[in-house]
Design a binder for this molecule. Structure first.
Ligand SMILES: [Cu+2]
Length: 160
């Protein structure tokens, strides 16, 4: 009887450890490991291209949510002049390709199920258009958006 309880307790303990370990590992991966790969202060932006409806979204679009969850379209992303941007690009469906002509970036292929990465620094205020340059479906032409780079506030203006 005592041996059975010990085995049962070990089973319960191992399940509890697994239930705690998985969220902890997930948190570590997203909050510590990924940001640690890039220069300090980088603005990490996750963008997913969705062929159905032709949209860029910052929502997580994965297999189990693809058909029932409506992602939120992202058309504008605000940046501040001087931001170092890390774009992590995903595709849950077909191959897409992104281009940011003002920065001479692209086309960068985004294969289905993989992550493509682009890094740039928003050096000048203004607008940076980004769009898909590979025909990916009937809504391909809607796969467009822009970064709006706002001027950095003059740090020394208060001193003048
Ligand atoms: Cu496309």
């Amino acid at each position: 009887m005592k041996k059975f309880l010990n085995g049962e307790m070990a089973g319960v303990a191992s399940v509890v450890v697994m239930l705690l370990a998985f969220p902890l590992l997930l948190w570590y991966w997203t909050a510590v490991h990924i940001p640690g790969k890039y220069p300090p202060g980088s603005k990490i932006i996750q963008l997913t291209a969705v062929a159905e409806g032709g949209m860029w979204t910052q929502d997580a679009v994965v297999g189990y949510s693809y058909w029932w969850k409506k992602p939120t379209r992202v058309s504008e992303i605000r940046l501040t002049q001087g931001d170092h941007v890390v774009l992590l690009l995903h595709s849950p469906d077909v191959q897409h390709s992104i281009s940011i002509p003002e920065l001479h970036i692209g086309p960068v292929q985004i294969s289905a199920g993989h992550t493509a990465e682009i890094q740039f620094t928003a050096e000048k205020p203004g607008e940076l258009n980004f769009f898909c340059v590979q025909v990916c479906g009937r809504d391909h032409s809607k796969l467009a958006g822009r970064f709006i780079v706002q001027p950095a506030k003059a740090k020394h203006s208060a001193a003048l």
